[in-house]
Design a protein around this ligand. Structure first.
Ligand SMILES: Nc1ncnc2c1ncn2[C@@H]1O[C@H](COP(=O)(O)OP(=O)(O)O)[C@@H](O)[C@H]1O
Ligand SMILES: [Mg+2]
Length: 443
């Protein structure tokens, strides 16, 4: 992990809109998984509506908790950190008994955030709570990495989308504000006309190109992954993957489905028994999924991500307050029926040799499947999510080159999307050739 004493802990926020989808269960088990990997972890219950993280983690006497800090019974957040039954895992318990807590004063929230960043830990997992209010959004945005927990149910998808949309619009507005351009945002971001965040940024570009470039850079570093919970069949992944596509199209960020958890008695019982299932066994599929998620998150280079939120943090220190974006952004609905996003591009299996170039290094591999959206390749090494890879291959005696961006990797296989600049003509020819090759094989 790259977090160190002077950068502060890696901060992961768990959000998702709707209550009951499993945010606290994911936060508790993720924190536990990180502690099992040898890291000192604090789980912070920022759900000021229904605080139960400490209960799920088996803590009986929560002490003053976050309320004690907010009501100034103690002077630092560190003072309310208490141990959990798990080694290396600590908790800042939440509270439901803070008057007006659901809409914390901005100044108090900023102070809480500063103290979270200073906790004596290598990783902090924040349970952001349900609903879409500015507490939830700000804790979600504060983090280095964000997990959006959702189930395949439409209401859950709707809430998760709304929460993410509100968080992103708030981020964009805060950056506009830090550049002295809050009024420009308010002028251009009329809700009905800016369903697509990219359109808004393009509108900003016509007036302030430098700001638009900064926003693009910020959104590129906005890390959010989907955690699908309570799945009952493989088919349940369909709406979740559709969600990833919808988010890319409308909200201009990548949100890979990084973990899926089944609806299971083991998970349900662990919550009732008040002991994370990860603590019971690392061998169950649920535990393996959480441990692997923890590993991935802990490997992230947070220093480079943090540079992208610097303007907002700097202006937080100086002005203390950011005006809020219009209320309408908090009431987002899915911009289109999800069904439109259900069908990914048809894939065609192939087994074609391909040459890959990444940062000037060439290697040979096999193209495994092809669609209008991207490709899968086997036999390549040393590539990671986000890498740009150029493919060169022979098609009917002619050389074709296409630029792609890696979206997921496993062992020696990776999936990549064509980058926007990729030659659409070449993509079509490639897909058509793959389709014909398959038709030929079937005949
Ligand atoms: N994958 C799952 N399988 C079975 N029960 C689950 C699962 N995920 C969550 N639950 C149950 O749903 C309830 C709500 O979970 P919780 O994590 O408290 O949700 P949230 O924090 O989003 O409100 C808990 O009783 C939990 O046992
Ligand atoms: Mg909860």
């Amino acid at each position: 992990m790259t977090a160190s004493a002077n950068t502060g802990p890696l901060i992961v926020a768990v959000g998702g809109g709707k209550g009951g989808v499993g945010k606290s269960m994911v936060a508790a088990n993720l924190a536990c998984a990180m502690s099992q990997l040898g890291f000192r972890v604090v789980a912070v219950d920022a759900d000021l509506g229904s605080a139960n993280l400490h209960t799920i983690l088996g803590v009986d006497h929560p002490g003053p908790g976050i309320a004690g800090f907010l009501q100034k019974q103690v002077s630092t957040l560190e003072d309310v950190v208490i141990p959990s039954p798990q080694r290396r895992l600590f908790v800042v318990p939440g509270s439901t008994a803070i008057p007006g807590a659901a809409n914390l004063m901005h100044a108090r929230k900023l102070k809480l955030m500063r103290h979270i960043r200073r906790l004596d830990a290598e990783a902090v997992v924040i349970d952001c709570g349900a609903g879409i209010n500015y507490n939830v959004i700000d804790f979600f945005n504060l983090a280095d990495l964000r997990l959006l927990v959702l189930t395949p149910q439409l209401v859950s998808l709707q809430n998760a989308y709304g929460a993410l949309k509100a968080s992103l619009y708030r981020t964009v507005r805060q950056h506009c504000s830090a550049h002295g351009q809050a009024a420009l945002f308010d002028e251009l971001a009329a809700p009905s006309e800016t369903d697509r965040l990219l359109q808004l940024i393009e509108a900003i570009r016509t007036r302030d190109a430098e700001l638009a470039a900064a926003l693009t850079w910020v959104l590129d570093g906005y890390r959010v992954s989907l955690i699908g919970n309570q799945l009952q069949s493989k088919a349940d992944q369909g709406p979740l993957r559709a969600m990833t596509r919808m988010i890319a199209d409308f909200l201009a960020v990548r949100s890979p489905l990084s973990t899926v958890l089944p609806r299971s008695d083991r998970i349900h019982t662990s919550v009732s028994r008040r002991r994370p299932f990860v603590a019971d066994s690392s061998e169950t599929p649920e535990a393996r999924a959480l441990l692997s998620l923890a590993e991935t998150l802990l490997e992230t280079d947070i220093t480079s991500l943090r540079r992208r939120s610097e303007p907002v943090r700097a202006s937080e220190r100086s002005s203390g307050v950011h005006p809020l974006p219009p209320q309408e952004f908090l009431e987002a609905e899915l911009p289109e029926p999800l069904a439109h996003y259900r069908r990914a591009h048809e894939r065609h299996n192939v087994d074609w040799p391909v040459a890959l170039e990444h940062h000037g290094r060439w290697q040979r591999a096999k193209l495994a499947d092809v669609s209008m959206g991207g490709i899968a390749v086997v036999g390549a090494s040393d590539l990671g999510e986000g890498d740009t890879v150029n493919l060169v291959f022979q098609l009917n005696g002619e050389e074709l080159a296409l630029s792609t961006r890696v979206v997921h990797c496993s062992d020696d296989r990776f999936g990549a999307q064509f980058v926007k600049q990729a030659d659409p003509q070449a993509v079509r020819r490639l897909v058509e050739a793959a389709r014909q090759a398959n038709a030929g094989r079937a005949a």
